[in-house]
Design a protein around this ligand. Structure first.
Ligand SMILES: Nc1ncnc2c1ncn2[C@@H]1O[C@H](COP(=O)(O)OP(=O)(O)OP(=O)(O)O)[C@@H](O)[C@H]1O
Length: 223
């Protein structure tokens, strides 16, 4: 006899993901535009007076937009361990991810008035990559979240054709070096000293200047 109490199993749907390289490339390009638009809308909401707090749900959403249709875990924290190719850093175990992401959000929210826009954006860039909360799209999600924090803290949608995330993608080595510099400092001290992301701050400051310089040149007639 069938026990009625035992037949009510959940049947979860599986997330659909594309399988050809061409579809993947097309989807990645479309997602990247959607993610940039998502960041812009979040900045505009904050400028419109909606109080800004960095929350895990915002970070999850930026990951979902980046890898939707490309990875079954889009918008979810990874369930297990992960490695980063060619990096010495081993991200924390999967079960620790939610706690580390909450700690990152707390750091940003608690230091919002005390620290500069460059510091907060640099901290997010490093720490989110350090946590590596997702099965894929960690770089894209970290860059988008960092840029969101930078713009909201500055209180403006930054002008310029070559945004900081675009500059990083065009030349990744200094970005990897800055991530590794903070990894080493953190490993040695096990905490967040004031200058933990010094290298990333220098890099980001230079990239912000470049982004604004492009606007200045454009204003002077350069194409
Ligand atoms: N030493 C390091 N510590 C922390 N994060 C690192 C380190 N080296 C590289 N990374 C990050 O890991 C990312 C790769 O992770 P993943 O493949 O999930 O991201 P992605 O968004 O798919 O990649 P991409 O940045 O190429 O778009 C790199 O882009 C970089 O942001």
């Amino acid at each position: 006899m069938v026990d009625e109490q035992r037949v009510r199993h959940s049947e979860a749907e599986e997330a659909a993901v594309v399988d050809s390289d061409l579809e993947r490339a097309t989807r990645e390009a479309a997602n990247s535009l959607l993610q940039a638009e998502r960041v812009r809308n979040c900045v505009l909401d904050a400028l419109d007076g909606q109080p800004f707090k960095l929350r895990p749900s915002r970070i999850l959403d930026l990951n979902r937009v980046a890898i939707d249709g490309l990875d079954a875990y889009a918008g979810n924290f990874r369930p297990a361990g992960i490695k980063i190719g060619e990096s010495k850093h081993i991200p924390p175990e999967g079960h620790l991810v939610p706690e580390f992401v909450e700690e990152l959000c707390d750091y940003v929210n608690e230091n919002w008035e005390k620290r500069t826009a460059i510091h907060l954006a640099s901290f997010v860039m490093w720490r989110l990559n350090w946590i590596h909360p997702f099965t894929d799209g960690n770089g894209r999600t970290s860059r988008a979240t960092s840029y969101l924090v930078l713009c909201v803290k500055l209180g403006m949608l930054l002008p310029g054709s070559q945004s900081i995330p675009e500059q990083i993608v065009a030349n990744r080595r200094p970005y990897y070096n800055a991530l590794e510099g903070a990894d080493r400092r953190h490993e040695a001290l096990g905490s967040f000293p004031e200058n933990i992301v010094e290298k990333m701050e220098e890099l980001m400051s230079g990239m912000l200047a470049e982004q604004l310089r492009n606007t200045h040149q454009h204003a002077n007639g350069a194409r």
